[in-house]
Ligand binder design. Structure first.
Ligand SMILES: *[C@@H]1O[C@H](CO)[C@@H](O)[C@H](O)[C@H]1NC(C)=O
Ligand SMILES: *[C@@H]1O[C@H](CO)[C@@H](O)[C@H](O)[C@H]1NC(C)=O
Ligand SMILES: *[C@@H]1O[C@H](CO)[C@@H](O)[C@H](O)[C@H]1NC(C)=O
Ligand SMILES: *[C@@H]1O[C@H](CO)[C@@H](O)[C@H](O)[C@H]1NC(C)=O
Ligand SMILES: *[C@@H]1O[C@H](CO)[C@@H](O)[C@H](O)[C@H]1NC(C)=O
Ligand SMILES: *[C@@H]1O[C@H](CO)[C@@H](O)[C@H](O)[C@H]1NC(C)=O
Ligand SMILES: *[C@@H]1O[C@H](CO)[C@@H](O)[C@H](O)[C@H]1NC(C)=O
Ligand SMILES: *[C@@H]1O[C@H](CO)[C@@H](O)[C@H](O)[C@H]1NC(C)=O
Ligand SMILES: *[C@@H]1O[C@H](CO)[C@@H](O)[C@H](O)[C@H]1NC(C)=O
Ligand SMILES: *[C@@H]1O[C@H](CO)[C@@H](O)[C@H](O)[C@H]1NC(C)=O
Ligand SMILES: *[C@@H]1O[C@H](CO)[C@@H](O)[C@H](O)[C@H]1NC(C)=O
Ligand SMILES: *[C@@H]1O[C@H](CO)[C@@H](O)[C@H](O)[C@H]1NC(C)=O
Length: 850
């Protein structure tokens, strides 16, 4: 069982409880209070110090963006971005503002933000919030909102050992010097995936990083090292709401869930760490960038998920500390309100992070497969969907009637293909138990219900119900029951109320199998029932006639058609289809491995309660697992090209993505939750963005499409009526950008997405050569109903030079569904640049089709 279902449960949970804005009662006047995120007009420090950083760091791109004016108090003329005095100065400004505005009233400030945004989070009444918003120095007041959390083999599947790692000097150095910041559920610092005990290749200290590690009893001094270079936690909003449980959630960077440990290991876990689960060895694990450094900003929690006020504090700190990459396996619980999805405190602080040169990766969300189910929105964020890879662990059982039934379970098989008697739990009750006493007796959770002699030496059949999904019953406990009864193994059949969803292969210590399909479960039960002999008067079974053997599922097999876009991976375009600005940004940007991913697990992690407790590794699925794959690969790109902007890294990943699966066919996308492999068709850019990540070619992109902070501002300012919102969130005046506003299709992205093609349109792209001299020819396939031309059709481009491409589109039919095409640039030195094209045709005039 995996991440996916868990996410659904948390979602319902959050809707039920935590989306209510009010959580505390103010005892003085009974008014309800809530957490608000307040932004001030004064520029945050990164907008000034971001410039310093690029110089002092020596690795980021100098001066790509316009410098904004920032009036520093004269006493702070000399401070650097790492100077904490500036942060406390800003905090005092915030405190005195609150004191002045809310004179003598009760309120609680939770955070002062100063690096990416200048503002604070505060617990106040609505009336007080209004008072604050009327102040001249306050630009914006937003209600806090909730968010949720959306590998042994994937390095090989992505070709890293021979490809990308070899370009960065092998796994011994791949990613070295690059710091990845994780905003997640924390980390287990004792896990070998994050040790720095490597005497052959000692870890360097990343000089540009200035983060610290909290020290608490459950995160003692010495938890951090040269691998795990920073660790903090942010929980003020959660604590204020009274839902923080320190025994489950840990008031420290320690991971009480497991998710954060897993995602950090996928991106940056040490190389060659043996994966041993339930006593079985499943190979060695490695992160994508095994030598990059990990900085942890815990803002999500086991019990409740997280809140934007805490997430923004985490992002602000990560940027201030000097991380190179931020990886977010979290998404908002619902579409942010307002004139466009981009205008929410998380995306806005990430825009500021991108301005400071930080590459930002976010999970697309597990809200697929319907169109417009995307949970990650902005063009400055790199959004990653989840695809399968080629490894599977299949299990099966053979029945006495020679029927083979497939199932799941990382379990050994029964001995020597010998057949064993099948005994259903409800036919094995002892005299003291009846099904009426315990309606869940079929779930095999309590050995004292059963007759030892009936079960001993036989296969016990148990029901896998929705209670397993909820963690009320567990596989572990059923296996314990079977062991106590001296059973040889357990067969779980699917309760008909659990609709056919994908089960993660569950590790089992003894022979076992879960029959995941309800139809297969039915045929198993039919065979079983038809083989029983029952005494007419006592109604007791007098003979168990059914037999079976369990084949076992410990061996991986690598024959899956892969990659394939998983049904749960959120789909584009952006949900604001009525607003072309949103739908005209291609999302997701890319897909990467996200299904059945082995990686480190927190020893005290309690997520997926049913089988992972106490394990050091877990196999998880979700876009949460896909995003850190890309964060790790981005670290490899950053190591090889230290001067690449965030947009250039994004471009390198996108233009080089693969379009084909391992059988040479088009990458497929699953399109339904039930029986996903029977409901699939070739993936479109709204399913997979540019395609499936190709690590080898992303490190050698040839040409890139670059964009800067100013370009994103020109885009935001081009949205109808956005000026006050832009001013409120960023403190920037759109007057500066009115000369240069662009629509989504005109942003210099490595994709073209047009939400409404009315007759004709021309878009331009500027590409830059980051490789050697090369000649390119241009090819394309037009979307259905569009006539397309690209100019020039051939060009020579010297190293470092730029080239403008013009793309001409005419609509030839009227069609309200999206159609897709592609432009390819084919270089004579082997570079291939892939540009997906998505167009919805909306023609107001009647055309005569000749
Ligand atoms: C700090 O300020 C002093 C005098 O204002 C100047 O001489 C010095 O170079 C400054 N240091 C830095 C690092 O800017
Ligand atoms: C901008 O902020 C001001 C002051 O807080 C508020 O009155 C106004 O409604 C905000 N405008 C928008 C578009 O959010
Ligand atoms: C470091 O590794 C060496 C050998 O691999 C081992 O003997 C030593 O105990 C380890 N030290 C720590 C602190 O883990
Ligand atoms: C906190 O979690 C512990 C452990 O799960 C539980 O026993 C306790 O009741 C919880 N406390 C609250 C206040 O929910
Ligand atoms: C896995 O790691 C262990 C110990 O680190 C090592 O002895 C073994 O050779 C590795 N196996 C493979 C297949 O790399
Ligand atoms: C099952 O197949 C085996 C050989 O393949 C055969 O000997 C046996 O009779 C078959 N049993 C049934 C019940 O069909
Ligand atoms: C039935 O219950 C009695 C009394 O609780 C106990 O002594 C006996 O062992 C139980 N029988 C079985 C088969 O569990
Ligand atoms: C990835 O890129 C490399 C180098 O361009 C190429 O050889 C390989 O075939 C690509 N892989 C896939 C799956 O497209
Ligand atoms: C906008 O354009 C006008 C005239 O073309 C020019 O005078 C002005 O300086 C421009 N403003 C900015 C901010 O570039
Ligand atoms: C499409 O373009 C035509 C001609 O330029 C214009 O009259 C019409 O209003 C446009 N329709 C839409 C829906 O924008
Ligand atoms: C689009 O239509 C115009 C006018 O009919 C024509 O000149 C142009 O060549 C067409 N462009 C394409 C790409 O078909
Ligand atoms: C388009 O044609 C249909 C019938 O062919 C007609 O009913 C409709 O009014 C026409 N629309 C316009 C905008 O001419």
């Amino acid at each position: 069982m995996g991440r996916i279902y868990w996410a659904h449960i948390v979602f319902l949970f959050c809707l039920g409880i935590f989306l209510l804005p009010s959580s505390c009662q103010d005892d003085s006047d009974g008014a309800t209070t809530a957490v608000y995120i307040v932004t001030l007009r004064q520029t945050p420090s990164s907008h000034y110090y971001g410039e310093l950083r690029r110089v002092s760091n020596g690795r980021s791109k100098p001066g790509a963006f316009g410098r904004t004016r920032f009036h520093k108090p004269s006493t702070f003329r000399n401070i650097t971005r790492t100077d904490r005095r500036y942060g406390s100065y800003i905090a005092r400004v915030h405190d005195s503002l609150l004191k002045k505005v809310l004179k003598g009233e009760k309120y609680l400030k939770l955070y002062s933000y100063h690096y990416l945004i200048n503002g604070f989070a505060v617990l106040v009444t609505q009336q007080q919030a209004e008072k604050l918003s009327r102040r001249g120095e306050v630009s914006n007041v937003v209600l806090d909102f909730s968010v949720r959390t959306a590998t042994t083999h994937t390095p090989q599947f992505l070709g890293l050992p021979q490809g990308a790692w070899s370009q960065d000097g092998g796994f011994e150095t791949a990613g070295e010097g690059i710091v990845i910041g994780f905003v997640d559920t924390g980390i287990d610092p004792t896990h070998p995936s994050f040790g720095d005990n490597n005497s052959e290749h000692p870890y360097p200290v990343p000089a540009h990083f200035s983060g610290i590690c909290e020290v608490t009893p459950d995160f003692p001094s010495g938890s951090c090292n040269r691998k795990l270079v920073g660790a903090r936690h942010f929980a003020a909003s959660a604590i204020t709401r009274g839902i923080f449980n320190s025994s489950k959630d840990y008031a420290s960077p320690f991971d009480g869930d497991g998710h954060g440990t897993h995602t950090a290991a996928v991106a940056a876990g040490n190389h060659g760490i043996p994966v041993v689960v339930s006593g079985h060895h499943f190979g060695n694990a490695s992160g994508m960038a095994p030598r990059s450094h990990v900085a942890v900003y815990k803002a999500l929690y086991k019990s409740f998920g997280g809140f934007a006020a805490d997430v923004v504090a985490a992002i602000d700190q990560a940027a201030q500390d000097g991380v190179d990459i931020i990886s977010l396996s979290i998404t908002p619980n619902r579409r942010p309100p307002g004139i466009a999805t981009f205008f929410n405190p998380i995306d806005m602080s990430l825009l500021s992070a991108v301005k400071a040169g930080i590459f930002v990766v976010q999970a697309a969300g597990n809200t697929g497969p319907s169109p417009m189910s995307m949970s990650s929105f902005s063009p400055w964020i790199y959004t990653v969907g989840a695809a399968s890879h080629d490894r599977s662990y299949s299990n099966s059982m053979v029945l006495g009637n020679n029927v083979t039934i497939p199932g799941v379970g990382l379990a050994p098989g029964t001995d020597d293909n010998q057949m064993y008697k099948l005994v259903h739990a409800h036919d094995a009750l002892n005299n003291n138990s009846t099904a009426a006493d315990d309606m869940y007796v079929n779930e095999c959770q309590d050995a004292s219900n059963f007759d030892h002699d009936l079960v001993k030496g036989n296969l016990l059949m148990c029901s896998y119900s929705i209670r397993f999904v909820l963690g009320l019953s567990t596989i572990k406990q059923a296996l314990e029951t079977a062991k106590n009864l001296s059973s040889v193994g357990v067969v779980f059949y699917m309760d008909p109320f659990v609709i056919g969803f994908q089960l993660n292969p569950v590790p089992m210590k003894m022979p076992g199998i879960i029959i995941a399909s309800t139809n297969d479960s039915k045929s198993l039960l039919q065979y079983y029932n038809s083989s029983l002999e029952i005494d007419g008067t006592s109604k007791r079974v007098t003979k168990f006639g059914a037999v079976a053997t369990i084949c076992g599922g410990l061996k991986a097999n690598y024959s899956n058609a892969a990659p394939k876009v998983m049904y749960y991976s959120a789909r584009g375009p952006d949900p604001g289809d009525s607003l072309p600005h949103e739908a005209e940004i291609l999302k997701p940007n890319l897909v990467a491995p996200g299904n059945f991913i082995w990686a480190a697990w927190s020893s005290l992690g309690t997520d997926s309660v049913e089988f992972l407790a106490g394990e050091n590794f877990a196999m998880m699925s979700g876009t949460s697992m896909a995003a850190p794959h890309v964060a790790g690969l981005a670290a490899l790109i950053k190591q090889k090209f230290p001067n690449f902007s965030p947009a250039a890294i994004a471009s390198a990943l996108s233009t080089t993505a693969s379009l084909y699966d391992n059988n040479g066919g088009p990458i497929m996308a699953q399109r339904s939750y039930a029986s996903p492999d029977l409901n699939q068709s070739p993936a479109t850019p709204f399913d997979m963005g540019s395609g499936f990540v190709n690590a080898t070619s992303a490190l050698n992109p040839g040409l890139i499409f670059d964009s800067s902070y100013d370009d994103y501002m020109s885009f935001l300012c081009g949205i109808n009526g956005s000026a006050p919102v832009v001013l409120n969130f960023t403190g920037q005046n759109c007057n500066l950008y009115y000369n240069s506003t662009v629509n989504g299709p005109d942003l210099n992205l490595p994709s073209i997405t047009i939400a409404k093609l009315n007759q004709t349109r021309v878009v331009q792209r500027t590409i830059q050569n980051v490789g050697g001299n090369e000649s390119f020819s241009v090819g394309w396939s037009a979307p259905y109903g569009v006539s397309l031309k690209v100019s020039p059709t051939h060009f020579y481009i010297g190293s470092g030079e730029k080239q403008v491409l013009s793309v001409f589109l005419n609509a030839t039919i009227n069609n309200s569904v999206a159609s897709f095409g592609r432009i390819g640039l084919f270089g004579n030195q082997g570079h291939i640049i892939n540009i997906p094209l998505s167009v919805i045709l909306k023609i107001s005039l009647n055309l005569t089709v000749s």
